[in-house]
Design a binder for this molecule. Sequence first.
Ligand code: URA
Length: 432
Amino acid sequence: MRMYDIIAKKRDGKELSDAEIRFVVNGYVAEQIPDYQVSALLMAIYFNGMTEQETASLTQYMAMSGDIVDLTYFGDFSSDKHSTGGVGDKTTLIVAPIAAACGCKVAKMSGRGLGHTGGTADKLEAIKGYKTNISGDEFFNIVNKVGVAVVTQSGNLTPADKKLYALRDVTATVESIPLITSSVMSKKLASGAKNIVLDVKYGSGAFMKTKEDAEKLAQSMVNIGKLCGRKTTALITDMNTPLGFAVGNSLEVIEAIDVLKGKQKGDLYEISIALAGNMIALANNISEQEAQDKARRALDSGMAFLKFREWIVAQGGDANCIDDTSRFDTAAYSMEIKSSSGGFISCMDCEKIGAAAAILGAGRITKEDKIDLTAGIILSAKTGDYVGFGDRIATLYSNSKEKLSEAAAIYKSAIQTGSAPQRSPLIYKTIK
Ligand code: URA
């Protein structure tokens, strides 16, 4: 088999065989195929797409390129959740303990934030003592005993995705539905869960800017999950407004704890119930409605909060911070942003809001950047809220005084006021 012929075949719009895809994935990971040939193939895939069968082969060979976590011990109850990334998206911190309180076994590998989006692993590290890097045995034991553990992606999970993603990033081939599908789903397959709930976001703060593209991606991921023997559901959700009010690591953890303690409802509460409900429905083979009722009871009764506390303590986190969130470290400087006009907030550019938070220190521009866990933004008004001239619309936090003005200018440019906007539903569609 020659890589040249495979590139030419895809360039001409033909379907690659399973053997050809295996040759590419294995050869690239073994460094037998150079970056320039894989780049050419990625661009051919970008333009000509892949059939469902090709996408399934690619996903499976990527998943098999490294370690596979074995969760068969947990039978039908191993459950995972994945978000395609957003601003203020701290749902894992709420959803995982709700699902665990309802009997799911959540063994989760989480990523770090990059660009304008946050990552769960960074958020958890804002809790003093929490260890995101524990041994495989410890991870397994905590899932078994508590029902939930969340760690960073371990060393040799899907090395094919690490190499391919890095190459896509520099060859303008990230935004391809079969390539995103195989990247996300290979990690989910290798992480071992039987049940997978995907939160596919669309809008100004998401990868997919339109509902239509998000739906295509969601459908593709659900199809592949099912083809590979996993129960998979995708929720297509709105990311034109940040979720909740906090953006930035420790600020988001505090907000998640407030929701778990029953102090905050709204969009973050509702989306958490929907995501956890779908995990519970898949694991227990019950209707979505029944599962959502269970999720709501677990959250409203405080059971989910107790499960959260148990999980955090099991991974070394300081329970005092959980019980009293004023113990979290805080940023040295803050700045209030006032509205320079009156009217309804008609539109928020989430990507800019995420970028403002990153400038304050909450995010990374490159993977090596160190982040400031206390930096971020607390929103005082969101899309649809009425604000008067001079009203506070947000407060910025940072340990770098100089960054405040730069971030403030970006934040202001992200907010438009005008007449009352038509609110889109938080959950646009569920694909099963
Ligand atoms: N997230 C991933 O893990 N992979 C992609 O390709 C896009 C988003």
